[in-house]
Design a protein around this ligand. Structure first.
Ligand code: PMP
Length: 353
């Protein structure tokens, strides 16, 4: 820390992203990327012409992509907000809707960026404990009069709450924004995007990083009533009006144009997930009922950190959180069938040793 840093950031603990080894010698199952490439249409769109146009700024309103997204999700373009990954969309939402009078509330075990945003923006928050089985006790969110943030499916547990539960939370907190982070919704969950017409306090955040194989492009779609979207747009235009690059807009348009391809890829990932879950169960692993593109698993005989280290030594990278209640668990991204077979074999060897 230099002597110049503003004292308000002295105690800021930055989010630590998963490892991104650049030499790629690992089977990478640690940051929930898709093992499959983007749609062939995305390849086509990365043309010479598109590169030539990089000398020009992108459309700050992302009009064409917003229209295409709106069509796919059956909403109006005014209900769609584009950002540089859902991290950025969430940052704008925390900035817009959390303050002393509207503290944030989210589960104690959830996406690690939420408390970081609160610290960065000086917003107070409460962390509501998950039950022992890592389920969210929805009743604890009824009428709490806070800005509620729920990842659904939750990360890193993969567990979901129902659409009815979300509606009840929305109804009992009519004067507060409820942010539903649906980063992993496409792997078997039911989205609540259609509820934005019924609740003016609902913001739903999607990402192209997982189910659209575009983590490197940094692109997210957020849905809400017109006024909420205008609020976060106000923040965006006060921060970086060109937040979504030309390449990301082009990739996004091509991806949204090929939903059929992604439906296939997601189905493959879900099939691999269920197969892998069964194989891990056979090895004695205990896991949550994950509806995401990862499993959250622990073994009664070996600690999470030991498993993490031994897998890494064998060239397989998974995510381990050295945090209370979950330090014995591994979060394992679903890769290809072959990658998961390698993982299962490696675990077999480790457990036999
Ligand atoms: N929300 C959740 C629950 C996540 O796990 C992630 C991925 N780390 C994100 C948001 C952010 O994803 P991205 O910025 O790549 O859209």
């Amino acid at each position: 820390m230099s002597r110049f840093l503003s004292p308000r950031f002295e105690r800021l603990e930055a989010y630590v992203p998963g490892e991104q080894p650049q030499e790629m010698q690992y089977i990478k199952l640690n940051t929930n990327e898709s093992p499959y490439p983007p749609s062939p249409r995305v390849f086509e769109t990365m043309s010479r012409d598109e590169i030539e146009r990089l000398r020009l700024y992108p459309d700050p309103a992302g009009k064409r992509l917003r229209e295409n997204v709106a069509k796919l999700y059956e909403v109006s373009p005014k209900n769609v907000f584009l950002a540089n990954g859902s991290d950025e969309a969430l940052a704008f939402a925390f900035l817009a809707f959390c303050d002393e009078e509207h503290p944030a509330a989210f589960p104690d075990i959830t996406y690690g960026f939420y408390p970081v945003y609160c610290c960065l923006f000086g917003a107070p928050y409460i962390a509501i404990p998950l039950r022992d089985d890592f389920s969210i006790n929805c009743e604890e969110y009824y009428g709490i009069n806070k800005t509620i943030v729920i990842a659904n499916p939750n990360a890193p547990t993969g567990r979901m709450i129902s659409r009815d539960d979300i509606e009840r939370i929305l109804q009992t907190n009519p004067n507060n924004v409820v942010i539903i982070d649906e980063a992993y919704i496409d792997f078997g969950g039911t989205s609540v995007v259609s509820l934005i017409d019924h609740y003016d306090n609902l913001l739903v955040v999607h990402t192209c990083s997982k189910s659209r194989s575009l983590a490197g492009a940094r692109l997210s779609f957020t849905f809400g009533c017109e006024a909420l979207i205008a609020d976060i747009d106000r923040i965006r235009y006060s921060f970086n009006s060109y937040n979504v690059t030309r390449m990301a807009l082009a990739a996004g348009e091509a991806a949204v144009d090929d939903e059929a391809y992604y439906i296939d890829m997601r189905a493959k990932i879900v099939k691999t997930r269920d197969r892998t879950a069964a194989a891990l169960q056979d090895l004695g692993f205990v896991m949550t009922d994950s509806k995401a593109n990862f499993l959250f698993a622990k073994h009664p005989a070996v600690s999470g950190s030991e498993l993490y280290g031994k897998l890494k030594a064998k060239g397989i990278l998974v995510r381990h959180f050295d945090k209370p209640r979950i330090s014995d668990y591994l979060r394992i991204t679903i890769g290809t069938d072959t990658q998961m077979d390698t993982l299962v074999e490696a675990l077999k060897t480790i457990l036999a040793g």
